[in-house]
Design a binder for this molecule. Structure first.
Ligand SMILES: NC(=O)c1ccc[n+]([C@@H]2O[C@H](COP(=O)([O-])OP(=O)(O)OC[C@H]3O[C@@H](n4cnc5c(N)ncnc54)[C@H](O)[C@@H]3O)[C@@H](O)[C@H]2O)c1
Length: 457
C-alpha cells in the first residue's frame, strides 16, 4: 500500500461516498501535511510475512486491550514477552500468549538487561513509568506503542520526542480517538468545506459519575501528584482531538475547575471510613463500593477476580475491606478536579471550549462545530452536518465502544508503520501528540495560577 495516496484514489479504493449514511468500515485520515493516510482496519491489514513481535510492559487493563489484538490477529502481532510485577497478571498474560518462561519479567528494567529480542515494546505501565522504559527502548532500537500520557512531566515529554527523532524509531502514542471513524469523518467534513470556514468548536467529555469515583477518587489516578493531573490523565484525548480536528497550532489556553464534591467536608452524617463499616447512608449512596463492585459487579476488572464464579463475591468483599476501592469517596486522599473547563484559541482566531464533567449519567463525547456555512453536532454514536447553503442535513452513524472503535485501528496503523519501518505512516505521530500534551500542561498551570497561558512549542 503506498503511503501517500491522492485523496481521490483513497476514497475510491475505500468506497467512501460523500453521501454515505454509515461510516465505512475502513476509513482514511490526513496527516499534518494534508496527505491522505490509509488507516487499515485490522481485518484489511494484509497478512505480513512474519507478525510483528512485541514485549508488553504492564499487563493490566490496557496491556490486555493490545494483547487482545494479538490474540485476534496472530498473523500481525505476536506477544513474545511480558514485564508485570503482579504475579496473577503475569501468569495469566503469559498463558494467553504462550510466552516462554525466560521472557517473563517482574519489572520493565529487567527486559532491557537482555539484548533486544523483539521488534517492539508496548508501554502500558502506570503514567510515571513511561519515561524510563521509553528512553531505554529507543536507545536499544525497539519500536514503541506508547500509552498516553507520554509522561506527566513536560521535560520528559520533550526528551522522548528528541530521542525518538534522533533514533528514527517508530513511536505511536495511544491517542485512540484519532482512529475512530466518527472523528475521522468529522475532521474530513471540517476540512472539505462542507460547513465553510471553521469558526469555533464546543466539546464536552462526560466522565460518568461512577467512572469518576472509580478512577479519580478511589482508583489509580486519585492523586494528581503521584500520577497525572486529570486534564492529562483523562482529557488529553480531548485536547488532542480538538488540536487534530482543527489542524492549526494552539496559541492560548485558560482553565478553571476544582474538586468540589468528593471532599471530607461533604461526608454525610453517619458515613464511615469504609462502605462496609456500617455506613448509615450506604443503601442510598450512588458511590457505595458495595453497590458498584459487589451488588452491580461493575468495574471489577481491577481485582483480578478468581476464575471460579462462586468464589468471586467473597473475593470482592475482601478487596473492599483492604484496598482503596472499599473506602468512602468523601474520605480519600484525592485531589483531582471533578469539573474542569478550558477556553482555547487556535491560529486564525478559531476558538474552542472544552468541559470535562464528572457528574453525568453516561460516558462518551459530545461535539459541536460552528462553521461559516454550516454546523455539525454529534455524540460519538452519530453526528449531523447541516449545510446552511442548501438546508440539507446529512447524518453519520457509528456503532461504537467508548473509544469509537479506535483501539484496534490504532494498533493496525502502528503495525503497518513498524512492518514498513516508516514513521510517516502513523496518524498519531509523537510530534503532534506532544503538542496536545503541552496544551494540557498549560491548562493545568492556568487553573492553578489563574493566568491565560501561551502555548510555545
Ligand atoms: N489510551 C487510553 O485510552 C487509555 C485508557 C486508560 C489508561 N491509559 C493509560 O495506560 C496506562 C496503563 O493504564 P491501565 O488502565 O492499563 O492501568 P493498570 O493499572 O490496569 O495497568 C498497569 C500495569 O502496569 C504494571 N506495572 C507497575 N509497575 C510496573 C513495572 N515496574 N514494570 C512493569 N509493569 C508494571 C501494574 O502492575 C499494572 O498491572 C496508563 O498510563 C494509563 O494512563 C490509556
Amino acid at each position: 500500500m503506498s503511503k501517500q495516496w491522492t485523496r481521490r484514489a483513497a476514497i475510491k479504493a475505500l468506497g467512501i461516498g460523500a453521501g454515505s449514511a454509515l461510516f465505512p468500515f475502513s476509513s482514511h485520515a490526513v496527516d499534518e501535511n494534508g496527505n491522505v493516510i490509509v488507516l487499515p482496519s485490522p481485518e484489511e491489514l494484509s497478512a505480513l510475512d512474519n507478525p510483528i513481535t512485541a514485549i508488553t510492559l504492564g499487563a493490566g487493563n490496557r496491556g490486555n486491550v493490545y494483547g487482545g489484538y494479538a490474540l485476534n490477529y496472530p498473523g500481525q502481532l505476536d506477544i513474545v514477552g511480558v514485564a508485570e510485577p503482579i504475579p496473577v497478571r503475569n501468569e495469566r498474560y503469559a498463558q494467553k500468549h504462550a510466552i516462554k518462561d525466560e521472557n517473563r519479567f517482574k519489572t520493565w528494567e529487567d527486559v532491557f538487561k537482555r539484548p533486544k529480542f523483539a521488534d517492539a515494546v508496548i508501554i502500558s505501565t502506570p503514567d510515571r513509568l513511561h519515561y524510563g522504559p521509553c528512553m531505554k527502548a529507543l536507545e536499544m532500537g525497539y519500536d514503541i506503542l506508547l500509552e498516553k500520557p507520554i509522561s506527566p512531566s513536560e521535560k520528559e515529554c520533550r526528551d522522548i520526542l528528541a530521542l525518538a527523532k534522533k533514533s528514527g524509531r517508530i513511536v505511536a502514542v495511544c491517542h485512540v480517538l484519532r482512529y475512530a471513524p466518527y472523528f475521522v469523518k468529522m475532521k474530513e467534513l471540517m476540512h472539505d468545506g462542507a460547513i465553510g470556514d471553521i469558526i469555533s468548536v464546543q466539546h464536552l467529555e462526560p466522565i460518568q459519575y461512577t467512572h469518576m469515583s472509580h478512577s479519580y477518587v478511589r482508583g489509580n489516578w486519585h492523586n494528581s501528584k503521584e500520577t497525572t493531573p486529570i486534564i492529562l490523565a483523562k482529557s488529553c484525548h480531548d485536547l488532542d482531538i480538538l488540536r487534530w480536528m482543527i489542524n492549526k497550532p494552539c496559541r492560548n489556553i485558560q482553565a478553571f475547575g476544582d474538586l468540589k464534591w468528593f471532599t471530607k467536608a461533604n461526608a454525610p452524617a453517619g458515613s464511615t471510613e469504609r462502605c462496609m463499616d456500617g455506613c448509615k447512608i450506604e443503601p442510598t449512596c450512588p458511590y457505595s463500593a458495595l453497590r458498584i463492585y459487589h451488588r452491580n459487579r461493575e468495574r471489577t476488572y481491577v481485582f483480578d477476580l478468581p476464575i471460579e464464579k462462586e468464589k468471586q463475591g467473597d473475593y470482592i468483599l475482601q478487596q473492599l475491606r483492604t484496598t482503596n476501592y472499599g473506602r468512602c469517596v468523601y474520605r480519600m486522599d484525592n485531589d483531582q478536579p471533578d469539573h474542569y473547563v478550558t477556553t482555547i484559541k487556535f491560529d486564525d482566531n478559531i476558538t474552542a471550549s472544552f468541559s470535562m464533567e464528572a457528574f453525568t449519567p453516561a460516558e462518551g463525547r459530545k461535539t459541536r462545530v460552528m462553521g461559516s456555512m454550516g454546523y455539525i453536532e454529534g455524540d460519538m454514536t452519530a453526528f449531523k452536518a447541516l449545510d446552511f447553503r442548501t438546508g440539507k442535513e446529512q447524518e453519520f452513524k457509528q456503532e461504537t465502544d467508548a473509544h469509537g472503535g479506535g483501539d484496534y485501528r490504532l494498533v493496525a496503523n502502528w503495525i503497518q508503520a513498524v512492518s514498513k519501518h516508516d514513521p510517516s505512516l502513523l496518524t498519531s505521530t509523537i510530534d503532534q501528540s506532544i503538542e496536545s500534551h503541552i496544551m494540557g500542561f498549560m491548562a493545568e498551570r492556568s487553573r492553578l495560577e489563574g493566568k491565560i497561558m501561551d502555548i510555545k512549542m
